[in-house]
Design a protein around this ligand. Structure first.
Ligand SMILES: [Zn+2]
Length: 388
């Protein structure tokens, strides 16, 4: 009896400790209600893979309610094909971003923490590397450090995601055309302020020697007409409240830089910090990041509609925080966001697709299937591939 009582007390205390916050829901304007049409199947020239880190239906819907109200849609909700993705990794039912992104980039399960790297010590060939082999241009864009787990999994191979200095070195050798994000710390020698390297290696110089334009501000990003870009706009992740450049601005530049190639391009764009809002159980942070991401999605969809040969696939890597949507019992029009954890959860995540062959992504699928389907549609040949 005593034990039961203490369990009840623990349960009550735990329930009261669950972080909650009120989210304002404006009245919809009724201006964003149109869905994009299906596109006739034809060969795909370009692929844009958008990854919203830590984003489940709760994050999307909370963002939608606050940003456009209950009756309108975000840009990402107008994509005609929807699917559901299972996300477990080989080491856990709950994935991290390294194993999550490697499932997409390599079409294979790996252990949490591993970047383009498999539990047996082999490397796996990524979609981006196969795109380069086919003569496509390639790019990675993120609002975290560009060496963070998600972008890293497309152009680096390390056992631990923590080795961001080594990941930056792999990027140099990768021949990826465009890198835009944060993480200057891992590219500058230890003697420079803000460096997080433990050697004198100056990767910025090495990139410049290879023909990359080095950019540090939104103005420099806007002005450049270089065909290889290394844009590092912060020492760590990009600031969330005063983001400059925005993900949409980086996306515009990435697309215009890559889209001058007869063999097409492969571009991965990550809304990295929706996940960080989830880890902080901070709904305002999540909403701000959903907006930054959705603004980029809007630009991507505008481009893809005009282009007609671009497949756009948008998904997450996992959900973060166990975000649940409830209402205030006093006011049923107020959204109350409740969180169950400050880590990732195992709930399946949504996928959206637009463009030729988007229909391939409908229904339930494993995260590895997403990478495999892209490789198939792009005629990349044998995939997945393990390398020694
Ligand atoms: Zn996370």
């Amino acid at each position: 009896m005593k034990r039961l009582l203490s369990l009840i007390i623990i349960a009550v205390v735990a329930a009261n400790c669950q972080p909650k916050s009120q989210v304002e829901v404006p009245i919809s304007k009724g201006t964003n209600t149109e869905m994009l049409p299906l596109v006739a199947d034809k060969p795909i020239k370009n692929v844009i893979l958008l990854i919203a880190d830590g984003t489940g239906l709760g994050q999307i819907s909370t963002g939608q309610l606050n940003l456009v109200g209950a009756d309108d849609y975000l840009a990402l909700q107008t994509m005609p094909i929807t699917g559901i993705v299972k996300t477990h990794s080989s080491s856990s039912l709950i994935t991290d971003s390294a194993a999550g992104a490697t499932a997409y980039s390599c079409g294979q399960k790996t252990d949490n923490g591993m970047i383009g790297y498999l539990p047996d010590g082999t490397h796996c060939k990524t979609l981006l590397e196969l795109a380069i082999d086919k003569g496509m241009k390639t790019g990675l864009v993120a609002t975290s450090t560009i060496t963070h787990a998600t972008p890293a999994s497309f152009a680096a191979h390390v056992e631990s995601r923590r080795d961001e200095d080594v990941i930056a070195e792999h990027f140099l050798e990768s021949n990826t055309d465009v890198f835009l994000g944060g993480g200057r710390s891992f590219f500058i020698p230890q003697t420079e302020e803000g460096s997080r390297r433990s050697d004198d290696f100056n990767l910025v110089e090495k990139f410049e020697e290879k023909g990359y334009s080095y950019l540090q501000t939104a103005e420099e990003l806007k002005a450049t007409n270089g065909d290889k870009l290394l844009g590092l706009f912060a020492d760590g992740g990009l600031d969330s409240e005063n983001r400059t450049p925005t993900l949409a601005e980086m996306t515009d530049k990435a697309i215009s830089t890559l889209n001058n190639n007869e063999n097409g391009f492969f571009l991965m764009i990550e809304g990295s910090q929706i996940d960080w809002g989830g880890h902080g159980n901070d709904s305002e942070y999540v909403i701000r990041e959903v907006k930054d991401f959705d603004d980029a999605v809007k630009r991507v969809l505008e481009f893809a509609q005009k282009d007609g040969e671009t497949l756009v696939v948008l998904t997450a890597d996992h959900e973060t925080g166990g975000l649940t949507m409830m209402t205030d019992s006093e006011d049923p029009h107020t959204l109350q966001v409740n969180w169950v954890t400050d880590y990732h959860t195992g709930v399946p995540i949504p996928l959206m697709a637009y463009g030729p062959h988007a229909i391939k992504f409908t229904g339930w699928q494993d995260n590895t299937d997403v990478g495999i389907k892209i490789a198939e549609l792009m005629n990349f040949g044998e995939f997945p591939i393990n390398l020694e």
